[in-house]
Design a binder for this molecule. Structure first.
Ligand SMILES: [Zn+2]
Length: 285
């Protein structure tokens, strides 16, 4: 299990020196954004290893602490996530899941290191749970540090972000879209250029099921990452960076993130994509 952490650490090696530096005086709350959800959680585990490894600050992967953190079996490594109901994840992180840990945080860590509590994909906090967490962060909790993971900081309450030290992972790159997905992304680009040709696509009978809808959103995210990293890497990325300024690209990223969530909650994929193209429509320059 430690292998996954190690592989992510290698891919995200640019942030490792910063984490090593932070380890001498760990911030009370670290916000890990960027990358993929798995990479964010891996980096949260890496950080917990840095703070608890028995063999110094570069996690060894072999001591008991490192192995247990990787296997979710470490006493001083806590995950707060959405609960499951009937085999499905609930929409929000509940306030109870924060409250039930208050007595734990009041106690010193079990081992000789620092207790690390990770709020997994903190954009799923609701008003109540976000406030409960904020209160927790406002009070000193000796021996405890917190990690929030989120696709990007804009998805979290500003008050949470301002209390956090932000680490940004590199966005996932590589692999091209399938021709079918590329075709849909091309349709979006056409609409953003001309304001035409989109709604015929989504209203065509049987054009989109949930699986295809998610693929299109992912495909668009991929081209967005390409546009941010190297606009000339693909034609779609080049087109995106021509249509949107930096703010527009950031906004598109937010819109795509919301679209992904909606589809996972079984909102009609055609309606979601119609919302995407209109909500992200670039301003005329
Ligand atoms: Zn270790």
């Amino acid at each position: 299990m430690f292998t996954s952490i190690q592989e992510t650490a290698v891919r995200q090696s640019l942030v490792l020196p910063r984490l090593a530096k932070l380890a001498s005086k760990p911030p009370q709350c670290l916000l890990i954004e960027g990358g993929s959800a798995e990479e964010r959680l891996d980096m949260a585990r890496y950080w917990a290893c840095v703070l608890n490894c028995e063999n110094g600050q570069e996690p060894c992967g072999t001591c008991q602490a490192c192995r247990q953190i990787a296997d979710n079996a470490f006493n001083d490594f806590l995950l707060i996530d959405r609960e499951e109901e009937d085999g499905k994840l609930k929409q929000d992180i509940s306030v109870e899941s924060i409250r039930e840990l208050l007595p734990v945080w009041g106690q010193p860590p079990n081992g000789g290191g620092t207790r690390v509590t990770v709020v997994v994909e903190a954009q799923n906090l609701n008003g109540n749970s976000a406030n409960a967490l904020l209160k927790t962060l406002e009070e000193p909790r000796p021996g405890n540090v917190f990690v929030l993971t989120a696709p990007q900081r804009e998805r979290l309450l500003e008050t949470l972000v301002s209390r956090s030290w932000v680490i940004t992972l590199a966005w996932p790159t590589g692999s091209e879209n399938s021709p079918e997905v590329a075709e849909w992304v091309g349709g979006m680009l056409t609409f953003w250029r001309s304001g035409q040709g989109w709604f015929e696509r989504t209203s065509a009978k049987g054009a989109l099921d949930k699986e295809m809808g998610l693929k299109v959103v992912n495909g668009c995210q991929r081209e967005l990452r390409n546009a941010l990293l190297n606009p000339r890497s693909t034609r779609a990325a080049d087109a995106l960076s021509g249509l949107f300024d930096a703010k527009g690209l950031r906004r598109l990223d937010l819109v795509l993130g919301k679209a992904q969530e909606s589809m996972n909650y079984n909102v009609n994929p055609a309606l979601v994509l119609d919302w995407v193209v209109t909500a992200a429509m670039p301003k005329r320059r």
